[in-house]
Write a protein that binds this ligand. Structure first.
Ligand code: THU
Length: 151
């Protein structure tokens, strides 16, 4: 499913996004799961917003890295997004797994993207990543257009 193809993103920006996601992962606050995630979100105009997962003693308030990046960007006025890079693995390890976005993050992405074109890079490193779209990861989504919403 996750061909390394199809993307409208240039190789250089993909490398930058993955490197920035790896840097953001270092800020992960994950004392409960010890699973560290970083993300880097690209706007259609080329601006980049990073995020990490932020856990909570009550567990439920935990925010994933992807949503941190989205909420930072949306709160700065951004609404148009081209893609996101995601890296995640256990604390104290070099990333050696492909950490796909959770269902809640996929839903949040649906609110602010065109799922057919929004690129999701799931990376171990800038040289080793899978590439897919939101539409592939969340088919038949319940999106804002159902409610006459914002797109
Ligand atoms: N996590 C993310 O940051 N992104 C995801 O898409 C999946 C899960 C975080 C939440 C929690 O802090 C830790 O990974 C373990 O679930």
């Amino acid at each position: 499913m996750d061909e390394k193809s199809r993307s409208g993103l240039e190789p250089e920006i993909k490398v930058t996004m993955i490197k920035m996601a790896l840097e953001a992962r270092k800020n992960s606050y994950s004392p409960y799961s010890h699973f560290q995630v970083g993300a880097c979100l690209l706007t259609k105009e080329g601006r980049l917003y990073t995020g990490c997962n932020i856990e909570n003693a009550a567990y439920g308030p935990t925010n994933c890295a992807e949503r941190t990046a989205f909420f930072k960007a949306v709160s700065e006025g951004e609404r148009d997004f081209a893609g996101i890079a995601i890296v995640g693995d256990k604390e104290g390890t070099v990333v050696d797994n492909y950490a796909f976005p959770c269902g809640v993050c996929r839903q949040v992405m649906t609110e602010f993207t065109d799922p057919e074109t929004f690129v999701i890079l799931v990376a171990k490193s800038e040289k080793d990543y899978l590439e897919t779209t939101l539409a592939a990861l969340l088919p038949n989504a319940f999106g804002p257009e159902m409610k006459g919403g914002n797109k």
